[in-house]
Design a protein around this ligand. Sequence first.
Ligand code: MN
Length: 295
Amino acid sequence: MCRCSVKCIKCVLSVLLISHVCFSLFQHYCYSRGGMRHTSYTCICGSGNNSSILHYGHAGAPNDKTIQDGDMCLFDMGGEYYCYSSDITCSFPANGKFTADQRAVYEAVLKSSRAVMAAIKPGVKWTDMHRLADRVHLEELLKIGILHGDVEEMLKVHLGSVFMPHGLGHLLGIDVHDVGGYPEGVERVDEPGLKSLRMGRVVQERMVLTVEPGIYFINHLLDKALASPAQCGFINTAVLTRFRGFGGVRIEDDIAVTADGVELLTCVPRTVEEIEAFMAEETSKPFSPISSQKL
Ligand SMILES: [Mn+2]
């Protein structure tokens, strides 16, 4: 189902409309091409500032925004095949071309995603992978100029969770957030960000997991950080202001843990160059999700 979901995502990447239309195209593609009657969850098709809403797409925020030129889009979509789930997020600029700020934030997340994937192997703690993603994000936000100061000090005051308030990833299987994340004897770490992890275990061979770091500009979390004496000193308010309304970037891949590393199950365009090339090629073709492709 990962392979078909990837093809569907590529199909949706090539046309942009109202968010729920993108969801419906994905559903149609999943069912007609992959025999997948259901998606694994209500897909998230956020754009612009809505891409910072972690579970955008629910009934209270029903994927109803028209996508605008210049928006970042965050599409979190997965098909379900005979109860087995997939869960993939692509973030991309609606018009196919990253601005300098969009590129900087996107590449910061890609760097943490790839650092985590390079570090995962049997025996590592999943909580340490989350901490690694936080560290890379903070290092990169420092380079962008949104933060200043010492990354070690930032980690002590949990500054990473201001930008990534969710967990790094979760077990994937019969359920999209599969069970077994906290068996008896495994305690949840009660720290911002880490407490949201749906899996607290040591990584084992043959586990299937999502790796989904993200950086989001969520106004109420930014305001809270600016009001916190422990955190506000690290934030460059003038630069941060530029990113208000940016939304967010998440890069979510599905992996299977092997004896000495990972197998990547989601082969979608990931680098800035791959995404821009893919969107330039696809948008140059006439689009019809029903008739243009042979079933
Ligand atoms: Mn996920």
